[in-house]
Write a protein that binds this ligand. Sequence first.
Ligand code: HEC
Length: 332
Amino acid sequence: MPASSFRGRCFAAGLTAAAIAVLAAPAAAQSADETDAVTYHRDIAPILERSCQNCHRPESVAPMPLLTYEDVRPWARSIKYRTGRVGKPDVMPPWYIEKDVGIQDYKGDISLSAEEIALIGAWVDDGAPRGEPVDRPAVTRVVDASGWQIGEPDLVVKSPEIEVPATAPDWWGPMGESETGLTEDRYVAAVEMREVSTWEGPAERDTIGGLYVIHHLVVLPVGPDGRPVEEAGFWPVHEVGRNPDVFHPDAGKLLKAGSKILFPSAHLHSNGRHTRAQLEMGFKFHPEGYEPSRTVEIIGPATVELDIRPMEADQEFEAFSTLMEHTKMMVY
Ligand code: HEC
């Protein structure tokens, strides 16, 4: 929701003058009663819909759902605290781009504005009132638990299924391979990877999240000759919480007819329940006959040796890589 769609009301004494100037303008038209209370239905629910529910819903990464007032109310104080942790590693929503330096205009920006953080704080301090459901603005974003963020894929490739006991040490190793079944060469426009898991029995122990067991999985498409498609370079890696990769319209990565996908390196982490899991890779293709005019490169910083000294805070390690030509960074 753009900041401009907030209805103004005098909710917080602690706001800066600038923020009050932005928010207070439309309030003149409203009565004192209407302007006083920040309510769940009118003010808070739309923020949670946009910025929290993708994770805070059943079957997603966060530990508790924030879909209804009943879900949200017990967490009110914690929500005020965590949304106020701007610039700290535990800020909610997780969003670490500084607000006062560099590019600010990002697609899918779920971060909260200073006004929204103040609004949540004021609501919690006021006892987190529910308000009237009729005041609720139209739903801005519908979360579909099973939906692909890239839209219905043209091809879904599933990894072999793996089993992880409820309590087990972490495990690293290869996870097999899967045929793509492709009968023609196609350029990939977007790829999304997600873990699909089922459980047996109750949880044996408490974990944070406790939904996924594949911490990360390296994917490597190879042609019918068993060799990586040279010009395609590295592929994105599956990691918990990673967003899909949507390539630039002028660029795509080649998936060969008769190719298969190797899963050479997995890190598995037991989640407290006996879990069977597999990775689904959803591919969206460019149209048939498409030829890219640019290349996609996955660039990582050079590796660095970590030599962490004991009992010493604030140790930093830096790694650099040089961009050798004019480059547009699409995903970070
Ligand atoms: C990208 C996924 C994601 C988004 C988006 C997100 N959260 Fe979270 N949230 C998590 C995860 C994972 C945890 C558990 C780990 C932790 O506590 O940091 C968590 C923990 C929390 C906690 C602490 C729960 C506790 O046990 O104390 C609160 C409160 C919270 N989130 C509120 C929010 C609110 C409010 C929003 C939106 C404004 C939000 N989160 C958006 C993933 C997310």
